[in-house]
Design a protein around this ligand. Structure first.
Ligand code: UD1
Length: 382
């Protein structure tokens, strides 16, 4: 049974790596890998293939940057050619990026069966492009692999038939468990020094020790596209948090460009305790998370990783499609939006909290095996 697996952007790579490995236990499954190329540079894409042991893609669509319509439209045009040439039995998409939605629509129009890994997540915020991608993809999917019972309930409420919903756990945690020891062995200071966004600042690197620094990541349009919002956040982290404890801030390309446009980059480089970094690899980010006192982030994936590692996580969003991290995390994972007064209060609470690792049901490192076995089960019907 031929299965085309799709990746497009950074958060997809850690989800596809364990799945490609799990297929190997099923000789009846013939997987192919398509990279749409939504993320394309070494920092955002290639290094993850190397680190996570993902084989080179069988096909690369070279889509690149653009507006949403450009990315989705170009992906559909190119992916349709791939589907027509290879005539797969299934297409497997992961997550909620533009590649996910574009390839889901194309697969269904070509009458190919569709499976979605990480199905059922809902922020109920239709201003988020990812929410639109999730809704469209789930509505079209024949098999919906969910991470938790809240996702199952969302799908049931939308009328998805019971036999399509398969709760399998969180596939990103497969990758986390597999690579945790390798990440823990990385040297913190060397990691920071070799990833400085401004290598000239190496001399001013603050002393870094486990439990004695914070990590910040921002890339959502709601935090970085409005100059006034981004400036307020940047000044708060530079002038308040970084003076209390070092802030390690790996810059997403979108955020870096906005800081440059606003003329803020030079000022931030001078702020004591604030360490601007290039985008990090998977192992490096995991290393930082393992030792962070507090994580500030607007990434859904980091929110989940913090839950399992026990890092107090302040999510700079008004809502989340991953509420299980809030419930399961017993209050250590908090939604703080982008209001500085609220973040300040939550930071002062969080900095004194002990780590509290929590493992939701089935977030056990075996999610990919469950998915591969379910697809193998489908293969029996051919
Ligand atoms: C995308 C996903 C988001 C995910 C995020 C993780 C969608 C709708 N959004 O958002 O869900 O959390 O990836 O990173 O799919 N760029 C580079 N190099 C790259 C890729 C992008 O420099 O390899 C720059 C481009 O200038 C681009 C900008 O980053 O304009 C944003 O990239 P884009 O793919 O449009 O969306 P993200 O904000 O990364």
């Amino acid at each position: 049974m031929k299965i085309i697996n799709v990746v497009g952007a950074r958060p997809n790579f850690m989800k596809i790596a364990p799945l490609l490995r799990a297929y190997q236990a099923h000789p009846g499954l013939e997987p192919l890998l398509v990279h749409t190329g939504q993320h394309y540079d070494r920092d955002m894409s290639d290094r993850f293939f190397d680190e996570l042991g993902i084989p080179p893609p069988d096909m690369h669509l070279g889509i690149g940057s653009g507006t949403h319509a450009e990315q989705v439209g170009r992906t559909m045009i190119e992916f349709e050619k791939v589907v027509r040439e290879h005539r797969p039995d299934w297409v497997v998409v992961v997550g909620d990026v533009n590649a996910t939605c574009a390839c889901a629509i194309t697969a269904k129009k070509e009458r190919v069966k569709l499976a979605h890994v990480e199905a059922g997540l809902r922020s109920f915020d239709m201003t988020m492009p990812e929410e639109i991608n999730r809704l469209v993809t789930d509505r079209l999917s024949d098999l919906l692999f969910t991470p938790d019972a809240i996702a199952d309930a969302n799908l049931r409420r939308e009328g998805v038939p019971e036999d399509r919903i398969k709760q399998v756990g969180n596939i990103m945690i497969d990758t986390l468990i597999r690579h945790r020891a390798r990440a823990a062995a990385l040297d913190l200071h060397a990691l920071a020094a070799s990833n400085l966004a401004d290598p000239a600042g190496a001399g001013q690197l603050p002393r870094l020790q486990d439990g004695g620094y914070t990590v910040l990541t921002l890339h959502r349009p709601s935090n970085v596209d409005d100059g006034a919002v981004l400036q307020r956040l940047a000044e708060f982290f530079a002038l308040e948090v970084a003076r209390d404890m070092p802030v390690l801030w790996p810059l997403h390309p979108r955020t870096r460009k906005r800081l440059d446009d606003l003329g803020l980059a030079a000022q931030l480089r001078e702020a004591p305790g604030l360490v601007l970094l290039n985008p990090l690899g998977y192992l490096e980010m995991l290393r930082l998370n393992l030792g962070a006192r507090v994580m500030f982030t607007d990434s859904g994936g980091l929110q989940e990783e913090c839950c399992v590692l026990g890092t107090p996580c302040l999510t700079l969003r008004a809502n989340t499609e991953r509420p299980i991290t809030l419930v399961e995390h017993g209050g250590l994972s908090v939604l703080v939006g982008n209001d500085v007064a609220r973040i300040r209060g939550a930071y002062h609470d969080a900095r004194g909290m002990a780590r509290k690792p929590v493992q939701p049901p089935l977030w056990d490192g075996h999610t990919a095996e469950r998915i591969a076995a379910a697809l193998q089960g489908e293969a029996q019907n051919y």
